[in-house]
Design a protein around this ligand. Structure first.
Ligand code: ADP
Ligand code: GN1
Ligand code: MG
Length: 365
């Protein structure tokens, strides 16, 4: 690992290549992330190196073009804010004049490491939910006036739930990994509520909700919180920043925050909906986005939580049926375990819909 990372690092504008530490970092399912430190005199500087998964992101140049534009815009708008260097991530330029390089046919990028900050897979306090949602809301506001062309769609139809449902149907019909009999209950559940899949896309088509520049992977662990103050610092993992719906962003925060259990928990009795956390997410998102959501977007906030949870559950199920070809897995039925937590959470969120609607109503002026 040391040799590979040093060799990758030599392609970027980094002063010294005297490696002091290197480790695999983060718990993402797609890219490969390393943290490395390099010593220059008495000073150690840390960097994040990421190998972009080009099976998933087919056009890394377009993806990096998006990220470079977004981060340049963010840096300009945040320049006067206190602690501005930590309010956005910053790419390290490569020596080839671009913001990425190729090494052994793989595409790599580097970021300056933001220290004294952490990400969380499972929420520990309601305040964290508030801070994370506020940071994602503010990120959306920050990009509302991004100049230039429409951003590239780094994964076409990424949050097109009907298209995800069609992928599931194809995977089921093909039953390539021979696993359909192992997940009959989940297949039935997926079919039973398939009518919810087109709801947001249809509202967008009818012009009832607007397209915005959104993050599209607003997992709780994609936001850095300051270790000292607990404050939300910045959003990370920008590969899917592209045109999208704010509701999918809000929904993914619900999916990853309201339950106190891990995404791959096998004891389904641990899956819960903490309504206080939901309330903190609504408050945080509205504060961050400075109240810019439309009345229709507000109305659909509770729905978005279970729609995206359904969508991600479908994607885990599809990958299980296809033989684990997309998400990184660490045990045999990992994708099925993940699907089960998602579908359980969908059920619970649907049961609590009235209560969640009432919470949202409390925020409407
Ligand atoms: P993945 O696709 O693997 O989820 P992320 O971009 O989310 O990749 O990064 C993985 C982890 O690395 C994050 O959870 C975070 O802890 C850490 N990380 C990423 N970028 C930075 C950064 N610029 N500064 C500090 N930590 C970072
Ligand atoms: C993947 O890379 P990571 O772990 O942040 C996936 C998301 C899913 C998520 C489920 C590009 O995100 O869409 O919601 O797993 N990212 C991509 O945990 O497919
Ligand atoms: Mg991530």
């Amino acid at each position: 690992m040391e040799n590979i990372v040093t060799s990758i690092a030599s392609n970027f504008c980094i002063d010294s290549l005297e490696l002091t530490e290197v480790k695999l970092f983060g718990s993402g399912h797609i890219n490969e992330t390393y943290l490395a430190g390099f010593k220059n005199g008495d000073k150690v500087t840390q960097y994040i190196f990421q190998k972009i998964n080009t099976n998933v992101f087919r056009k890394p140049e377009q993806l990096m073009d998006n990220i470079s534009r977004v981060l340049k815009h963010a840096a300009q708008k945040l320049a006067d804010k206190p602690d501005s260097e930590r309010r956005s991530i910053h790419l390290v330029p490569a020596k080839n004049g671009k913001m990425y390089c190729y090494h052994d046919n793989h595409c790599w990028r580097a970021y300056h490491f933001i220290g004294d900050a952490s990400t969380y897979n499972i929420l520990e306090t309601e305040e964290q939910a508030y801070q994370a949602a506020k940071t994602f809301g503010a990120f959306q506001m920050l990009l509302a006036d991004l100049p230039g062309e429409r951003l590239f769609e780094t994964i076409p139809n990424f949050h097109n739930t009907p298209s995800r449902y069609a992928d599931f149907e194809r995977a089921l019909a093909a039953n390539k990994a021979g696993r359909a009999d192992l997940c009959r209950e989940e297949i039935e559940f997926a079919k039973k509520i398939s009518h919810i899949a087109p709801v947001l896309i249809d509202l967008q088509k009818k012009g009832e909700i607007p397209e915005r520049i959104t993050h599209n992977d607003t997992k709780l662990n994609n936001v850095l919180l300051d270790d000292a103050t607990g404050e939300g610092l910045c959003v990370i993992d920008l590969d899917t920043v592209m045109p999208g719906l704010s509701l999918y962003d809000f929904g993914d925060m619900v999916r990853t925050s309201v339950s106190p259990a891990a995404e791959d928990e096998t004891d389904l009795s641990k899956i819960k909906v903490r309504t206080e956390v939901f309330k903190a997410l609504v408050k945080g998102y509205l504060d961050g986005a400075e109240g810019c959501l439309t009345a229709k977007e507000m109305e659909m906030l509770p729905f978005s939580g279970y729609l995206i949870t359904y969508e991600i559950g479908l994607r885990f199920l599809t990958d299980y049926l296809e033989g684990d070809v997309y998400f990184r897995t660490h045990r045999e039925h990992h994708n099925l375990d993940r699907c089960r937590t998602q579908f359980k959470l969908v059920q619970l969120l649907m049961e609590k819909e009235d209560e969640l609607n009432a919470i949202v109503k409390g925020f409407i002026k």
